[in-house]
Write a protein that binds this ligand. Structure first.
Ligand code: NAD
Ligand code: GLY
Length: 361
């Protein structure tokens, strides 16, 4: 088992472990009980994850709420049903929520924990690659609004992240690749994460493609660990996205707009992110920000991992631009982009004109 300690605000109790390994769901409460003194647990999950792994969490001190599956259900209405369930169960301040699923469940259950009785403990049990490498770590919790993604939310850290890599065996190819999209993001931003160690993550991904696709668990554990180390390096320095943390949104300004204008139904989040990263690489090349050599190497990595980089639906440019302007990174009316500026390095840019912005879609 691998362990990483996220050390955001140690004196205020925001530090927590991330445990990564096979078979961790064989005895989940052994790990959970070390991180919370909760008596009872409300397990928030969806029908798919419940049918696959619900038995691993069932106990006489926990209750499930089983939600419909899909990004379109990451909404105020479904959030309300979690709160209703917590109230019906008379969940108390010393009880806890367990987020058991992918990023949709993790973000929504975490937000329910943040607002129920002004905040109760919660545990992240991520079951998708995307959630294990990214969304379960760092405390961003939220639901969507039809006009803006993740716009209702908070920064609220879990007490524990428990990532059982065995759950990745049941992910279909599309969902596995959607996680790989956030994985590649870390290769493109590694230098800017300011970690103590150079993990040579870009080279790691160039070397281990076949083992990753065949779900070699030793390599997957290493991959998840490096992503979590890079993410925690950023989050430890800037929990509430006053500056540095914005780099984690590489590719996301386009991605969120794509998700909004297609009603969260056409692309998975990771597909939208890989398309967003390709567009921003094109923009960086066309504005002379990066070398042709680095551009080619980056696009090759996206292609080698078979990530979605193109789409053939016609988008309304004004609607798309409006959706981009609803992004949380807009300030003083300017859209802030995370741009590649050199090998594995990114920086914020907000002086890109509308014509260039829309040239990619
Ligand atoms: P998801 O939660 O919708 O899960 C994808 C699909 O996989 C779903 O159908 C789900 O039921 C299924 N699934 C889950 N675990 C499975 C398993 N072990 N085996 C088989 N199927 C399984 O999507 P996601 O890609 O995990 O997460 C995307 C969400 O994460 C988006 O809402 C995005 O905004 C959010 N996100 C949040 C952060 C953050 O920092 N909070 C970071 C990145 C993404
Ligand atoms: N996924 C973006 C962040 O955690 O900040």
């Amino acid at each position: 088992m691998e362990r990483i300690d996220v050390k955001i605000n140690p004196t205020q109790g925001s530090s927590y472990p991330i445990l990564i390994g096979e078979n961790l769901l064989d005895n989940p409460y052994e790990h959970i009980r070390k991180c919370t003194s909760a008596n009872r647990f409300l397990i928030v999950t969806n029908d798919k994850v419940h049918s696959l792994y619900g038995n691993k969490l069932a106990s006489d001190f926990s209750e499930f709420i089983i939600l419909p599956d899909g990004e379109e259900y990451k909404s105020r209405e479904i959030l309300g049903t979690i709160i209703d369930k917590a109230l019906k169960l008379k969940l108390e301040r010393k009880d806890a929520i367990i987020a058991f699923g992918g990023g949709v469940i993790g973000d929504m259950a975490g937000f329910a924990a943040a607002i129920y009785q002004r905040g109760i403990d919660y545990i992240q049990l991520p079951t998708t690659l995307l959630a294990q490498v990214d969304s379960s770590v760092g405390g961003k919790v939220a639901v969507n609004h039809k006009l803006s993604k993740n716009v209702l939310g908070s920064f609220y850290q879990p007490k524990l992240v428990l990532a059982d890599t065995n759950t990745l065996n049941t992910l279909d190819d599309r969902q596995f690749k959607t996680g790989l999209s956030e994985v590649l993001k870390y290769a493109f931003i590694e230098k800017s994460c300011k970690a103590e160690v150079d993990y040579h993550f870009f080279e790691f991904l160039e070397t281990h493609r076949n083992e990753i696709f065949s779900k070699n668990h030793e390599i997957l554990k290493k991959l998840i660990k490096i992503c979590c180390l890079l993410k925690s390096s950023v989050v430890n320095k800037d929990e509430k996205e006053k500056g540095l943390r914005a780099i984690l949104n590489f590719g996301h300004t386009y991605a969120h707009a794509l998700e909004i204008v297609t009603d969260y139904r056409y692309f998975t989040h990771g597909e939208a992110v890989s398309i967003g990263m390709k567009i921003i690489f094109d923009l960086a090349l066309n504005t002379g920000t990066i070398s042709r050599e680095y551009y080619n190497r980056s696009i090759k990595l996206l292609k080698d991992y078979n990530l979605v980089t193109d789409f053939n639906i016609k988008l309304d440019e004004e609607l798309f631009y409006d959706a981009m302007k609803s992004d949380k990174k807009v300030s003083d009316g300017n859209i802030n982009f995370v741009m590649p500026v050199s090998v594995k390095e990114v920086a914020m840019r907000n002086n890109i004109d509308k014509k260039h912005i829309l040239s990619g879609i």
